[in-house]
Design a protein around this ligand. Structure first.
Ligand code: F6R
Ligand code: MN
Length: 189
């Protein structure tokens, strides 16, 4: 019986570093060998040990994936680094249910949220502690770390959004975030 009881939530979050704790927290890591094809410079990829962690994601999915009306919560950590001149970044995706939006917010470090619409227009939003990002319907999204410390970003998205990785894996974004004269620049493919 839950009536009149006061519970402790199964998940808590560090208010400064956003580290999630609790038995319901899931953890996923993406290593260089797994995501190597997303980077432009395939020779530069080979300089990294294959198990180099590029990013990790903690998440709390309180309902089954695909459930309408629920929410998921996550914290992504992208390591600092560059493959050639291209910053470490996430795979990036459209949502499978393409009318599902998402919020991101910057917690630590600095980076760029790279966004692309279905017409393949690509643009970026600067990510920094306190930056808040609304990722609208049908917009592909990817995070790149442009700093020299971990980039930590919170996220909240609908439980029925799903992930379409194939479109980006096949066709990429129409621009890449490259370091030019020490600055991040979006360069058309
Ligand atoms: C969820 C979401 C984030 C990303 C995470 C890793 O919809 O956008 O939690 O899943 O930043 O990026 P991907 O999923 O592109 O590997
Ligand atoms: Mn998403």
């Amino acid at each position: 019986m839950t009536h009149l009881k006061i519970f402790i939530s199964p998940v808590e979050i560090g208010l400064t570093n956003f580290e999630m704790k609790g038995s319901a927290v899931q953890f996923q890591q993406r290593q260089m060998d797994e995501i190597a094809p997303i980077f432009l410079d395939h020779e530069a990829v080979k300089k990294f040990p294959s198990q180099t962690v590029v990013y990790s994601v903690q998440s709390w999915q309180p309902v089954a994936e695909g459930t309408p009306g629920g929410l998921f919560f996550g914290v992504s950590t992208i390591m600092p680094g560059k493959v050639g001149r291209e910053y470490f970044m996430t795979k990036g995706h459209f949502h499978a249910q393409s009318d599902c939006a998402e919020f991101y917010w910057g917690v630590q470090g600095k980076g760029v949220l790279i966004l692309m619409d279905r017409d393949r227009n690509t643009w970026g939003e600067e990510v920094y502690p306190g930056s808040l990002h609304y990722i609208g319907q049908d917009i592909a999204h990817r995070l790149a770390n442009t700093g020299d410390q971990n980039l930590v970003v919170g996220a909240c998205w609908p439980s029925d959004a799903g992930h379409d990785y194939d479109e980006i894996a096949g066709n990429g974004f129409s621009a890449r975030l490259i370091e030019i004269n020490g600055q991040p620049v979006l360069v058309s493919e």
